[in-house]
Design a protein around this ligand. Structure first.
Ligand SMILES: Nc1ncnc2c1ncn2[C@@H]1O[C@H](COP(=O)(O)OP(=O)(O)O)[C@@H](O)[C@H]1O
Ligand SMILES: [Mg+2]
Length: 249
């Protein structure tokens, strides 16, 4: 494995003191990997990545980004520290144009660099360029996710963290989002991804973890996990259609 970009050790986090939702979860993400976090509904996946991103209070444990301790750093500092988080919902400003959404997101860059980076984002996402003056709220679901990701990438993060980017999208846009993430990884960005759409996420991921009741319970090579009987068991019947579990334990 190449250099770890993210190391999370024994993370305990929750919304109220003494009521942990994340209960000792550990993961690592190596440079240029796509790592997927799967798990049943309510397992604490969103809480886990929100705690990493400084949005849920951490009780104990450690979060390290490229060797820097970022445990409990405030969310508004995370972008400067190299971590860009794309929440599941409310990830764009719906009344602002696509252009203004990108300009605001580029706020921490040098003023001269902002228009340059905006054009680079348009080169990466031509569909956004065609809609640059449109209010983000009028984009299709797929385009809106593209804008949310472009807003995260504009500051050149070391790590892109996404919460269910395919949620609520029609099948056509689901494949578009996963293709986009594959391209982003190819461009050298490291990705941590939470997904309900296990099959699609495992098809683009390098490694994956299964989170159950706030703890990482299983880990493996993404392409092998779909048919891993342990994974099926951890989902306790919640898992969508599984081909008869064979091998790859
Ligand atoms: N803002 C919140 N305040 C209090 N509890 C929350 C909040 N958000 C989520 N929870 C609780 O945390 C648990 C895990 O939720 P979540 O992290 O959203 O799981 P997942 O993303 O795996 O579905 C659930 O029991 C949920 O009720
Ligand atoms: Mg969630």
């Amino acid at each position: 494995m190449s250099e770890p970009v993210l190391i999370v050790r024994d993370l305990v986090a929750g919304y109220e003191p003494g009521v942990p939702i994340v209960r000792g979860a550990s993961i690592t993400v190596a440079e240029k990997e796509i790592v997927v976090v799967l798990g049943p509904n309510g397992a604490g996946k969103s809480s886990f990545i929100k705690a990493i991103a400084g949005l849920v209070p951490i009780e104990s444990g450690k979060v390290e980004l490229s060797g820097n301790d970022i445990t409990s750093a405030p969310a508004h500092n995370m972008v400067r520290l190299g971590l860009a988080f794309v929440p599941q919902t409310e990830n764009v400003f719906p009344l602002m144009s696509v252009d203004d959404n990108l300009r605001v997101a580029g706020g921490i860059l040098k003023a001269k660099e902002v228009p340059v980076r905006i054009e680079e984002m348009y080169a990466t996402f031509p569909d956004l360029a065609r809609h640059r003056r449109i209010a983000a709220g009028n984009l299709s679901g797929g385009q809106r996710q593209m804008l949310a990701v472009a807003r995260a990438l504009i500051v050149r993060p070391k790590l892109l963290v996404l919460d269910e980017p395919s949620a609520g999208l029609s099948p056509k846009f689901v494949s578009m989002v996963f293709e986009m993430l594959t391209d982003i990884r190819k461009s050298g960005v490291t990705i941590l991804l939470v997904e309900q759409n296990a099959k699609a996420a495992l098809s683009i991921g390098n490694r994956a973890y299964v989170l159950v009741e706030g703890k990482d319970r299983h880990e493996g090579v993404a392409s092998e996990l779909w048919n891993d009987p342990v994974v099926a068991e951890l989902y306790l019947g919640q898992r969508p259609t599984v081909s008869k579990a064979g091998g790859a334990a």
